[in-house]
Design a protein around this ligand. Structure first.
Ligand code: NAD
Length: 463
């Protein structure tokens, strides 16, 4: 049984610790936030992540998973110490704030009593492995001990984190100590995933390049969506038609409100900053960030087009607050900017999210938002409904009932679908003034109403 310590018990650390214990390792998860560790010890999850609670419960009961705030206890016997602490943007800047990593590395080194491998799982700028290595060496109590550093970036997605950790597309390990990288690889053998072993800097870069590429796909399709709105094409069908091409792929071509969350925004910024510092102007990354920032405002533009410039006094029902479905994470959620703009305009906001109400209240302090129990309550007396998160349960809504909740269901039922969840023709038939993102903005003529056969894409979507 391998002994593993995971430092930082957030989305990545807790999932890593729980999954590694499920693979048969003895794992101690450590955090400096006592309340978090107390909740975990009491069997409560500090975050919402599908499948996590039973996984934690099973491994705690088998004695393979523990939680602590005590570095001495966590690190003492460990063969492997994962660093999974946060690396946010520096306050008021673009670079990654490495202070949490630096503290974690120093604390690990102060408490090791045997040779250990430090594994950098947090997303860290290229070169951070050297930083962690030098901090660790400086803080070692016993100079006879050796610490190796391996970069092992994480690619899991919130909302499917347990699944993604246990079924990764690949495991990336980078080190200047190939034997240490191979030993870390042993932890992942049961997952039967391709293991890519590189040098330290290359592994660190693979993570940033991967996130930047996915963010680029999102901004690309959002720009196409804006062109579609002007020219009368439907971006959903465009994406489906593009996605059949294996060189392109369908993933991350969903037009909407742009990327949010704790990773893409800060990682694209940090990569651009690294390029700038190294003397290269990152033109593409700058455009990706600019498009993403502007995309959120599309919701306000569409509301103003439907309700008139002045939104003061209008009631807007917001469906979905989390930055994506299946999570309660509000970090960099488009809903934060959109609700801020709405309330600044004087609109009244009634919001509903299946799991993120508590985190939203923290993320939106001082904003006059009425948090509702369900979608129908949010829609009460509303002049417009806006969908900001792609929760699958929003597809189950009784749309007729939702419309009847609104202030003027017959003539004034404005629906701005920021995630393209609904079929424009169906919503129009139900009596909504429907606006999606890049759905042709009402200019599109229905293929079916022209008497033509449905396209193969339409047939596939219905299957
Ligand atoms: P998080 O904020 O949810 O969790 C970080 C945890 O580290 C917190 O509980 C915090 O209290 C703890 N911490 C901070 N300093 C500490 C210290 N010195 N000692 C012990 N604990 C400490 O962050 P997260 O979302 O889990 O992300 C962690 C890292 O993983 C980041 O670098 C992130 O970019 C990367 N990452 C995140 C995701 C994701 O989907 N969230 C995916 C891939 C990679």
């Amino acid at each position: 049984m391998k002994k593993v310590c995971v430092v930082g018990t957030g989305y990545v650390g807790l999932v890593t610790g729980a999954c590694l214990s499920d693979l048969g390792n003895e794992v101690v998860c450590l955090d400096i936030v006592e309340a978090k560790i107390e909740r975990l010890r009491a069997g409560e999850m500090p975050i919402y992540e599908p499948g996590l609670e039973p996984l934690v419960r099973r491994n705690v009961s088998k004695g393979r998973l523990r939680f602590t705030t005590d570095y001495a206890e966590a690190v003492r016997d460990a063969d492997y110490c994962f660093i999974a602490v946060n690396t946010p943007s520096k306050a008021g800047g673009d670079a990654a704030d490495m202070s949490y990593v630096e503290r974690a590395a120093a604390s690990i080194a102060e408490h090791v009593t045997r040779d250990v491998i430090i594994i950098n799982k947090s997303t860290m700028p290229v070169g951070s492995g050297d930083l962690v290595s030098s901090i660790a060496k400086k803080n070692l109590r016993d100079p006879r001990l050796t610490i190796s550093v391996v970069s092992n970036p994480e690619f899991l997605r919130e909302g499917s984190a347990v699944h993604d950790f246990l079924q990764p597309d690949r495991v990336v390990l980078g080190s200047y100590d190939p034997a240490a990288a191979r030993r870390v690889g042993e932890l992942y053998i049961p997952l039967r995933a391709p293991i890519v072993i590189t040098d330290l800097y290359t592994a660190e870069m693979i993570k940033y390049a991967s996130n930047a590429f996915l963010a680029t796909k999102i901004s690309f399709i959002n720009e196409i969506a804006r062109i579609c709105d002007l020219l009368g094409a439907d971006v959903k069908e465009v994406a489906a038609g593009m996605g059949y091409d294996k060189r392109i792929g369908r993933a991350f071509l969903d037009a909407g409100l742009g990327y949010g969350g704790s990773c893409f925004p800060k990682d694209v910024k940090a990569l651009a900053h690294m390029a700038d510092e190294a003397g290269l102007h990152p033109q593409l990354l700058d455009a990706v960030m600019k498009i993403n920032k502007d995309q959120r405002h599309v919701v306000i533009d569409k509301l103003q087009a439907a309700l008139g410039e002045a939104l003061a006094g209008k009631i807007v029902a917001v469906l979905g607050l989390a930055f994506k479905d299946n999570t309660d994470d509000m970090r960099e959620a488009p809903s934060i900017d959109i609700i801020q703009w709405l309330t600044e305009e004087g609109a009244e906001v009634r919001a509903f999210d299946p799991v993120a109400t508590e985190t939203a209240q923290v993320a939106l302090p001082g904003r006059a938002v009425t948090y509702c129990e369900d979608e129908y309550e949010a829609a009460e007396n509303a002049d417009a409904i806006v969908v900001l998160t792609e929760w699958k349960q929003f597809l189950e809504i009784d749309m007729e009932r939702l419309r009847r909740q609104m202030r003027d269901p017959e003539k004034g039922a404005v629906l701005v679908d920021g995630r393209n969840l609904y079929d424009p023709e169906e919503m129009t038939r139900l009596g909504f003034h429907y606006q999606g993102i890049g759905r042709g903005n009402g200019r599109r003529r229905s293929v079916l109403s022209n008497g033509a056969a449905p396209s193969s894409v339409e047939r596939d979507e219905r299957a």
